[in-house]
Design a protein around this ligand. Structure first.
Ligand SMILES: [Zn+2]
Length: 160
């Protein structure tokens, strides 16, 4: 299991991550370690997170994991997105409460686009494209921000 980096001023969390260029065995190992870390039970015996960005575990690469369909629980699946890009966002926004593995105990309401069209590379390096909405869009946008060095609390400060 990898160590989760915490703190608003933690340098790795404030770094824009590098593009992944090698789609090899070591990338697969990194993704597997990230998945185990995300799914490891916390002190309340619940799964730690619904999403994870590589820099949250000290890896300066553009890799995120997001759990899709978390609303339905039994039908959820974990998707790995490498070098993700936002193609389009909806003008319609929605406010939802967020938390973050890197900011334990901190929660806040964040306004974000309700839908997002995304492209990314899979573990073979092939480009994929998909539209996310509702919680899937929310989790994606939160994790995408991590790769840019942005934390959800940055939005709370702007509002004040
Ligand atoms: Zn986070």
């Amino acid at each position: 299991m990898l160590k989760i980096q915490t703190g608003e001023n933690n340098a790795i969390l404030r770094t824009k991550c590098n593009l992944v260029k090698k789609f090899d065995e070591s990338l697969l190992k990194t993704i597997k370690d990230m998945e185990e870390t995300m799914l490891a039970p916390d002190e309340n015996n619940k799964v730690r997170g619904v999403g994870l960005a590589a820099n949250q575990v000290g890896i300066n690469q553009q890799i995120i994991l997001i759990t899709l369909n978390i609303n339905t629980r039994k039908d959820h699946k974990i998707l790995c997105l490498i070098n993700p890009e936002i193609v389009e966002t909806s003008s319609q926004t929605i406010t939802m409460e967020e938390g973050c593995l890197s900011l334990p105990g901190v929660y806040g309401h964040v306004r974000r686009p309700s839908k997002v069209k995304v492209r990314w590379q899979n573990t073979q390096g092939n480009w994929c494209e998909k539209k996310f909405e509702k919680w899937d869009a929310r989790v994606f946008l939160h994790e995408y921000d991590h790769l840019q060095g942005i934390l959800f609390t940055d939005y709370l400060k702007k509002k004040r």
